[in-house]
Design a binder for this molecule. Structure first.
Ligand code: CA
Length: 225
């Protein structure tokens, strides 16, 4: 059974994470500050660690750096706030294996945990692929063959969401929450506008990938076999 340590000081989020994980029949343990997180992680008895960046006592960067110094290689998924894009790079530099921006969909969290548990912390996630497309997660660029384009923040986040969940239809609601945030008053047609930007970029790149619309549900990436 997968044993997951959750280090998150926002109690409601920590509990929600614990619930998502135990529903998968994984084992979850929750602590609320960086110092305790480090102590627990040092025991080496976890398969995965979900680690918030902004934590009391020790921040997430310090915790993961300390663990790596002590040769504890447990895979770490860092949780960063929406606007702290530079945290991603810093987190990976410290030795984290992957990062996820809050808020996120439970299915995205689970997909990342599954990927991390397979990787066992050896490889850093740098790109996502779908069909003939490659999304570079550090350069924010999308390429197909020799062509490449830069993506704006929202285009990038939408595409990352779709490429991280290639088998599922991504509801418009989830895209709005995930990319625009829960406080935003953005509407469905904002999502549609960005889908049309992305389609134009796919076309420019000469990609065979399309964004399929499932009526009244959402979007999914499609590629010819
Ligand atoms: Ca926090």
């Amino acid at each position: 059974m997968l044993r997951v340590l959750i280090v998150e000081d926002e109690v409601r989020l920590a509990e929600a994470l614990g619930q998502i994980i135990t529903e998968q029949k994984y084992q979850a343990e929750v602590v609320y500050d960086g110092e305790t997180g480090l102590d627990y992680a040092r025991s080496g008895q976890y398969d995965l660690i979900i680690l918030d960046v902004m934590l009391p006592k020790r921040n997430g960067f310090e915790v993961v750096r300390k663990l790596r110094e002590e040769k504890i290689a447990t895979p770490v998924l860092l949780l960063t706030a929406r606007d702290e894009v530079s945290d991603k790079v810093r987190g990976l530099d410290c030795g984290a294996d992957d990062y996820m921006t809050k808020p996120f969909a439970p299915e995205e969290l689970l997909a990342r945990l599954r990927a991390l548990s397979r990787r066992q912390g050896d490889v850093v996630l740098e790109e996502l692929t779908f069909g003939d497309l490659k999304l570079n997660l550090s350069a924010y660029s999308l390429s197909c063959g020799t062509r490449s384009v830069h993506l704006g923040y929202k285009e990038f986040e939408i595409l990352r969401l779709l490429m991280s969940n290639p088998q599922m239809v991504m509801p418009k609601e989830s895209i709005l929450t995930r990319v625009w945030g829960t406080e935003s008053d953005a509407e469905d047609n904002n999502v549609e506008a960005y889908m049309s930007f992305l389609r134009k970029k796919f076309h420019y790149l000469g990609s065979k990938v399309t964004i399929g619309t499932v009526r009244k549900v959402g979007y999914r990436l499609e590629a010819p076999l």
